[in-house]
Ligand binder design. Structure first.
Ligand code: ATR
Length: 347
């Protein structure tokens, strides 16, 4: 394990050295390679974290050396951005804030209704995000899913205006294909692709990830822990309940796939034991080992898990262990999302 105690407020010098700093494309923005995905504080993985507790987690993360915080208009329909606003309003210069727009929701039911990459929608979204985040600029602004009803050039052209106006520092796309990434990059430099990437999800290696390298961008790997699967926290008896992993939204957690995928996690656990590390640390160290053009944003609502995850920066995995880990993805059962969600992936 990392040896970073949950109760400690400040990292020691030795632990600070274990932090890895990487660049977000050619934007000039540097981040701690292990940032924080904030979605779970507001929805999807069970009930929202109580506000004071969530703010304490976010502020504690900054004290622990994290500077990359990822949110979206979608998460909690503004509630997640509001948390970041409250937490960081008096320490804005110490954090890199990334947010996203595009997907639309029914304000009453929360149901996803589509993706709107129009300039009108973008302008409404950025103004709301800036207000909720209590800031005058967003560091990384993403199109969260591609709007397949209009050319990417139109949306990125509009996003580029936000850079010119000083409201946004760098642009990103989430779950875009290699071709979309390159077309977008021809309009304005795309600094980041944010896509799912983990020991369980390596499909982007077929196109998007090489394209990230080619255009000089950075991959921001989300769900690096397989939405919790790769941490070893789930068992046959202890399945996620009352959150979106327990329904039809996450095929890998469904009845058809769950136990087969649990068996794969056992292999991660075995390697973790040999390294005296946690399975989560092994999963994160593998992602970071893919190269300087990759950073990650594991999600957690708990300080103890955050501290453990940061310890992955100091972990070295042998090439024999890497070879064993790399066999896992092809054996994972179930798609990343149900069919409707997959239609918006790598497009
Ligand atoms: P996402 O990017 O969608 O947030 P992820 O980073 O792959 O997904 O995984 C997030 C999940 O892993 C959350 O359910 C988180 O739960 P907590 O809020 O309870 O921490 C869980 N998780 C993160 N780090 C963990 C750790 N070190 N040990 C156990 N569970 C962890």
């Amino acid at each position: 394990m990392s040896g970073i105690g949950a109760m400690r407020l400040k990292p020691t010098h030795q632990e600070e050295d274990a932090m890895i700093t990487r660049q977000i494309g050619q934007s000039g923005i540097s981040v701690n390679a292990i940032g924080l995905g904030c979605m779970g504080l507001s929805e999807f993985y069970g009930p929202a974290t109580e506000t004071a507790e969530a703010i304490a987690l976010l502020q504690g993360a900054v004290d622990a050396g994290v500077n990359h915080f990822d949110t979206a208009q979608l998460y909690g329909m503004g509630a997640n951005e509001r948390l970041l606003g409250e937490a960081f309003k008096d320490r804005r210069d110490r954090v890199v804030i990334a947010t996203k727009f595009g997907p639309t929701r029914d304000r009453e039911t929360g149901a996803l209704t589509g993706v709107d990459g129009s300039e009108d929608n973008m302008r409404a979204a950025i103004e709301e995000s800036l207000r909720f985040l209590q800031t005058d600029h967003v560091d990384i602004y993403y199109l969260h899913r591609m709007d397949q009803s209009r050319p990417i050039e139109e949306t990125v052209g509009a996003m580029a205006k936000l850079v010119a106006e000083g409201k946004v520092r760098a642009l990103g796309l989430s779950e875009a294909s290699a071709e979309t990434l390159k077309r977008a990059n021809a309009v304005h430099p795309i600094s980041a692709l944010q896509s799912e990437y983990s020991l369980f999800s390596r499909d982007i290696e077929d196109g998007p990830l090489p394209a990230v390298r080619e255009i000089g961008a950075t991959l921001v790997a989300y769900s690096p822990l397989g939405r919790g699967f790769l941490t070893g926290r789930f068992t046959r008896e202890n399945r996620p309940q009352n959150d979106y992993r327990s329904g039809a939204y996450q095929p890998r957690y469904g009845d058809e796939a769950y136990e087969a995928n649990l068996a794969l996690v056992e292999e991660v656990k075995t390697i973790a034991e040999a390294l005296k590390a946690s399975p989560a640390q092994v999963a994160l160290a593998w992602v970071l080992g893919r190269g300087e053009h990759v950073v990650t944003i594991p999600g957690t609502t708990k300080r103890s898990n955050l501290d453990g995850n940061l310890g992955a920066a100091g972990l070295t995995i042998t090439s024999a262990q890497i070879a064993r880990l790399e066999g896992l993805a092809a054996r994972v059962r179930g798609a990343r999302y149900p069919e409707t969600g997959m239609r918006n992936i790598n497009v």
